[in-house]
Design a protein around this ligand. Sequence first.
Ligand code: DX5
Ligand code: ZN
Length: 220
Amino acid sequence: MSSAIEICPSILSADFARLADEAAAVGAAGADFLHIDVMDGHFVPNLTLGPPIVRSLAKATDLALDCHLMVTDPDSLLDDFAEAGAQKISVHLEACAHLHRTVQRIGALGMEKGVALNPHTAFSLLEPILPELDFVLVMSVNPGFGGQSFIPAVLDKVRAIDAWRQAHNPDLKIQVDGGIKPSTIAAARQAGVDWFVAGSAVFGTDDYASAITGLRMAAG
Ligand code: DX5
Ligand code: ZN
């Protein structure tokens, strides 16, 4: 397991009419960076937001913007997200026919390179290009919606990635996304997660600072 944990509130659960205020509020509450769920209504059954809103958020907050692309054609959007101010990008392995090329493009645009794995997707499919990545996003719900229940079976995959990085690349970060709350975060931390996305567990509360502190404490 690597060192400090980072809490990444997901704006999917924020008030979309007040995104600048919500970003400022989680920044003041101790968030490490902001997770932005981009959904196209094809790869997942939901529609959210795109580069224009990321561009506005980049002006409204000092938090790094971590864009999770749940879209069928991420390649067509990478330049726009880089220009909009995204610092981290994750694309889904399941969406990319030429994943190595896509990852190279993310790096060439100056962004941190991440690949997301749906709950059913084996880590072994990613292993050949894992040395190229800055982070792996392990989905702990089926992507598309906030507020779903954590799927504990994905922790075996986290443990496999953790074992791989201890042998090959200690700088690789493991991010988990979906159903993270005080009752689930400790098991994920024990398995090797560094970055914790939390949507409803932060934005669904009245006190973002308490929610973020509570997650850190529960992680152990
Ligand atoms: C789901 C998204 C998540 C979502 C998590 O498709 O990728 O980032 O916002 O929400 P919670 O933390 O409520 O499960
Ligand atoms: Zn996400």
